[in-house]
Design a protein around this ligand. Structure first.
Ligand SMILES: Cc1cc2nc3c(=O)[nH]c(=O)nc-3n(C[C@H](O)[C@H](O)[C@H](O)COP(=O)(O)OP(=O)(O)OC[C@H]3O[C@@H](n4cnc5c(N)ncnc54)[C@H](O)[C@@H]3O)c2cc1C
Length: 397
């Protein structure tokens, strides 16, 4: 089965006709040949997907939707989203690293000065250099803006950072770290280069999800950075968190669609191959129900995620709602498809050698990363009620 799905093609062609066929078919071939064969080893041996990320950068696919003047292919965000989905289906460890890297690029693109964009964005888009988004702290994830303990202090023409971050993706691999810290009690954003004195990394965590993708603690001990390395204005952190996270949520939702699709594809193979009572599993109605459930979940998750990608590119004011919706819906779909697939594969699905169980494990990062379901649901409800306040419509009709 092709990594470039009919469901993706239908959405993209409805907007762009066949304009991006060659690029997306080329991506499919690359994913099939280069990414998919590496996925099992990356997961089992916890190998960093750095080599895959380098290859994606060489082909211009790692961050393909930024302006050409920074070296990007300037593809529509929807086309980039389709590429990320293919990569994520083949190898979620590569997909999550690419998605977080894209969040960093979005931040630079949104708030960077031209000098910062020339210096950092161009490298992140073209040269295989990677970025990390450093928000979560040991004492706070969800409530980070309120409870942030990492501080920044002005010292002449520098800022000095102190504190710790945790569960940060791509640490060590990245050359650029986008760090949130409180300056005079307001969150601001800072760019810290790898090798900057005073920034140290912990040992990579031993995770059960996206095992290849590196996740670490970070420590800032009088880490001195030049004043021009503030990203956006002083006190811009709260707005920056929300805007970058919303962009990032579309990336994580895309990762989830890819993972859900992987569970569905492997289940389709298995139900045809596995024979019970002389009949293939696919002939049993309760198994057919699982395939139907997974198919609808994948297609719906993709539709809402791609709708969010379109809204993001158009700066549509519906985007914030869609970003939260797609991340919640698609991550739950990835989890449910992972479970259905494990039920279908039964004992074989419990075996590491089946290479099926990892999709359920990988679904977990999409549930937690860039906002838990509890927070997304609260945000969706708040945004919807606010929208209703502005335009209540008829009460009875
Ligand atoms: C593999 C992986 C990679 C990650 N990569 C990054 C990264 O690159 N950068 C980064 O900054 N972070 C990263 N994270 C961290 C992630 O964003 C946080 O784990 C997430 O935001 C949740 O924070 P927490 O784990 O501290 O949970 P907590 O905030 O402690 O929440 C615990 C539970 O309480 C619930 N809860 C919290 N507040 C409320 C509330 N007000 N109402 C109802 N329920 C609530 C939560 O939904 C959750 O179920 C990563 C995490 C993982 C697992």
């Amino acid at each position: 089965m092709s990594f470039y799905k009919k469901g993706q093609k239908a959405i993209i062609e409805s907007l762009y006709g066949s304009e991006y066929d060659d690029i997306l078919n080329g991506c499919e071939k690359f994913v099939r040949k280069e990414i998919a064969p590496s996925a099992e080893k990356i997961d089992k041996e916890k190998i960093s997907p750095g080599e895959n990320l380098e290859k994606l950068a060489e082909l211009g696919m790692i961050a393909s939707h930024f302006p050409e003047k920074y070296g990007s292919l300037e593809l529509p965000y929807l086309v980039h989203t389709a590429m990320l989905e293919m990569v994520s289906e083949a190898c979620a460890s590569t997909g999550v690293s690419m998605s977080i890297h894209n969040t960093v690029c979005e931040g630079l693109h949104l708030y960077g000065t031209e000098k910062q964009k020339d210096k950092y964005l161009t490298n992140l888009v073209t040269s295989g250099e990677i970025g990390s988004f450093c928000l979560t702290e040991p004492d706070s994830g969800t409530n980070i803006l309120h409870d942030m303990k990492t501080t920044a202090k002005k010292d002449g023409k520098h800022y000095v950072l102190n504190g710790a971050k945790t569960f940060i993706t791509n640490v060590g691999l990245s050359t650029l770290y986008v760090v949130f810290a409180k300056l005079d009690d307001e969150a601001s954003i800072f760019l810290v280069e790898k090798g900057n004195k005073g920034m140290e990394f912990g040992k990579p965590f031993d995770k059960d999800t996206v095992r290849g993708s590196v996740t670490c603690e970070m420590f800032f001990d009088d880490c001195k950075i030049p004043e021009e390395n503030m990203l956006g204005k002083k006190g811009h952190g709260a707005k920056g968190v929300m805007e970058m996270l919303n962009k990032g949520r579309v990336g994580i939702a895309t990762l989830a669609v890819g993972i859900a699709q992987a569970s569905l594809d492997k289940s389709l193979h298995y139900v045809k191959k596995r024979v019970v009572k002389g009949r293939p599993l696919s002939s049993f109605q309760l198994i057919q129900e699982k395939i139907a459930n997974m198919t609808c979940k994948v297609d719906t998750a993709r539709l809402i995620t791609y709708q969010a990608a379109i809204a993001s590119a158009k700066n549509d004011d519906y985007f914030d709602l869609l970003a939260n919706e797609c991340k919640w819906y698609a991550s739950e779909a990835a989890l449910e498809c992972g479970l259905e697939s494990r039920r279908i594969h039964a004992a074989y699905g419990c075996m590491m050698e089946s290479n099926v169980e990892r999709h359920l494990r990988d679904a977990w990062v999409t549930i937690i990363g860039e906002g838990t379901p509890e927070i997304l649901k609260q945000t969706i409800s708040r945004l919807k009620l606010k929208e209703h306040e502005k335009d209540p419509g008829l009460e009875f009709w």
